[in-house]
Design a protein around this ligand. Structure first.
Ligand code: SF4
Length: 333
């Protein structure tokens, strides 16, 4: 067991100063970090506990009508907040489909954004090959058990997927991640927050060293009436997505006026289904239109030996989720 030290930060500036120490990391709910520490995947020297920073605990309306959710708001509290439930029901659905009740009571918004892939080779240090855990060592999943892995945007270095449900909804909702660091504060659009693996799969996000997530900002609600989060998984609860689809629509009768669709479980980051969005916007919604759009979206998929089923599964999940978001039957031939 490694010796670690523990410090509690009183405010954002104290936290940012404290994490400059070699080997220091932030800890919020700890639901992922402690797993990583117990498994010997990560070896922090000092834990900077940020959970007592009052400024990061709030949910508040922004001047433009959007919503700011503090980075330390627990997933359960965010999901069940009246403003989230009524204005951003897609986020509530996604949050409540993740993990278990106990984990959602501990996990924070910031921690959920930062949770690491669930690739088994990443967590099992008995496997020497994992470029994410040990850069340059190889990727055991490419020739190994890769049923849960990526079909889009992967690289020869890493085929892992982002495991979060919340992140998929945030991608569809065009959220912004607010951060503070040694060089000040900045806003990162969610589409630029998580990375594809490329040749640096050890980096999950575009956060710079020492930066702390302070909030997740949602734009003014424009997709409250027609949303659906569909999660396809091996069992009904406490399982990561094989494929998930966050769908949010604006409808004029049966015509799609605007669409936001994002996929989970298929790539190293939430995958914005922009091809689907473009092909259905301005058109009457039908299963046939959606099937064609979903097929085009997955045209660039590169499945591995163990996950070719995900291509068709993702296509069917897109069709079903968007139809359900529109209030139509999700059953289609
Ligand atoms: Fe490691 Fe990524 Fe390969 Fe999994 S897919 S073994 S996380 S490099």
């Amino acid at each position: 067991m490694d010796a670690i030290s523990y410090q509690r930060a009183a405010d954002v500036n104290c936290a940012i100063a404290a994490v400059q120490q070699p080997g220091a990391v932030f800890v919020g709910g700890g639901t992922n970090l402690l797993d990583l520490m117990k498994g010997g995947v990560t070896h922090p020297v000092t834990l900077i506990d940020v959970t007592r920073i009052d400024a990061l605990q709030n949910i508040e309306t922004l001047p433009d009508g959007g919503l700011r959710i503090g980075a330390l708001v627990r997933n359960s509290d965010a999901a069940n907040h009246a403003l989230v439930r009524t204005r951003y029901p897609l986020l509530t659905e996604a949050l409540l489909s993740g993990a278990s009740g106990q984990l959602r009571n501990m996990a924070t918004m910031g921690g959920n954004l930062m949770q690491r892939t669930r690739c088994g080779y990443f967590y099992d240090t008995a496997f020497a090959q994992c470029n994410k855990r040990a850069p340059g060592s190889g990727c055991a999943a490419i020739g190994g058990f890769n049923r849960m892995h990526a079909i889009l945007g992967a690289s020869p270095q890493c085929v892992a997927v982002n495991p979060s449900d919340m992140n998929v909804a945030l991608a569809a909702l065009d959220a912004t991640v607010q951060v503070s660091g040694p060089r000040g504060a900045r806003a990162i659009p969610i589409a630029q927050f998580h990375r594809l693996p490329g040749d640096r799969p050890d980096l999950d996000t575009t956060l710079q060293p020492g930066e702390l997530i302070t909030s997740v900002d949602l734009p003014p609600p424009a997709f409250s009436d027609h949303t659906h989060y569909l999660k396809v998984r091996d069992r009904a609860s406490y399982a990561f997505a094989l494929v998930s689809v966050a769908a949010a629509l604006q409808m004029d009768g049966k015509t799609v006026r605007a669409a936001r669709v994002a996929l989970g479980g298929v790539a190293h980051r939430p995958w914005r289904a922009s091809v689907v969005e473009q092909r259905i916007t301005g058109h009457a919604l039908s299963a046939a239109t959606l099937r064609e759009a979903a097929s085009a979206e997955l045209a660039s998929a590169k499945p591995l030996d163990g996950n070719a089923f995900k291509v068709g599964l993702a296509q069917r999940a897109i069709v079903r989720s968007v139809l359900l978001a529109a209030g139509q039957s999700g059953d289609f031939a």
